[in-house]
Design a protein around this ligand. Sequence first.
Ligand code: BG6
Length: 483
Amino acid sequence: MKNIPVIMIIFGGSGDLAHRKLYPSLFNLYEQGLIHDNFAVIGTARRPWSHEYLREQVSDAIHETHDQVDENEVKAFASHFYYQSHDVTNVEHYVTLKKLAQELDDRYSAQGNRLFYMAMAPRFFGTIATHINDQHLTGSGFNRIVVEKPFGHDLASAEQLNKEITASFDENDIFRIDHYLGKEMIQNIMPMRFTNPLIKNIWSGEYIKNIQITLAERLGVEARGGYYDTSGALRDMVQNHIFQIITLLAMPEPKDLSSDSVHQAKQELLKSLIIPTPEEVKKNFVRGQYLGSDTTFAYKKEPNVDPDSTTETYVAGKTKFTSGPIAGVPIYFRTGKEFKEKKTRIDIVLKHINNPYGQAHSNNITIEVDPESKIYITINGKKIDEPGIRREDLTYVFSKEEMTKVPDGYERLLHDVFVNDSTNFTHWSELKRYWEFIDAVEDAWQKENEAGNPEIAQYLPYRMGPKEADNIFESPTEHWIYE
Ligand code: BG6
């Protein structure tokens, strides 16, 4: 399907996300012809920009992300952009926006198709959705909306936001974006699990001892202290990215690859997600905050962070399912700011088997997502000139040339929105279940805070997070594989 007719309205058109991700991705899709002659983009934000100024910004964004570009193409692409200064709380502005969208629809023959993109501060999502509805901004063709994270702050606010959005959009037209689902190696989990007999047949509690997910970041909260202090690692990374990874690892095989079948498999699994009790939260979760160093601030001293903050910059935890292929297998996860390095990886730890050689090295499957993209299986073999077992890795890796062809997650996901494929987006029923889990943990922590004895581990920056996280394992034979 090429040259999709559409008028796209980006709320937050002067923002960082639009500049760094959306404009360059849209340009690539334009180059591929997916959107071409019959599209226009309206960027809206408070600033009083002109169409011309937005076009310059779009052109800058492309030059910043592309080594070589055809200037005529950039110019032609940028000419499809229009700017509308907009205060999201002012109803009249939606009337103007609607008029502009209609004019552009006629000019570009966009067939009444509308794509709304919420790329601004999440506190405005509900207001925008409400006014899209009461000012009838939707068109006579398809109407889709892309919503950035966070989708709510807890289950109650997520339900409210969902209600506001579903007043104008069907569930099938709501694309809740999670950029992890656009990552190459995350998209490799399903083919790896379902096409290799070697892997598919051991995907059970009989062979898998545990699964470990690490989303480690080198950076601190940087300039985002204000947002982060109201969120914390659990909401910022576990509620969305980590839970989507867990779901892909634990779900049953979908009957085919259609979006409906994939979401059905996910939903079937999530019914059996065990929601932790306060006692289990205490036992199975560790929260932490980074300390300062000679050159960096402690979290509590970061700009816009409450000096008495109890917000976690690190969390480790455990979860399990009561059904699905890996029912009962512990899934450990951790994420934090100011780790020793950026590293996103998944370790599938296999059980030891009795063998006539006695001890063998553990036989694990590791998926590295970032910064490298590879899968490796640790294999036992014999040592060459002495008795004993040696360990080697079998590695599935991309060449440098292949890596340059991997599209950015945003480009891939935007492409999917245009072609109406919601496989790699979060369905409401999944999101709801994730919030139920997160709320249980947050409530338990909140009670500890109110009782005046929160256990918040302090950890040194640029290491591996708090040592307390070494104690969340069920048995003494388990430990973090990546350390
Ligand atoms: C975002 C979080 O969703 O993901 C950030 O809000 C985090 O705090 C980022 O830094 C990490 O994404 P990536 O792709 O760099 O691992």
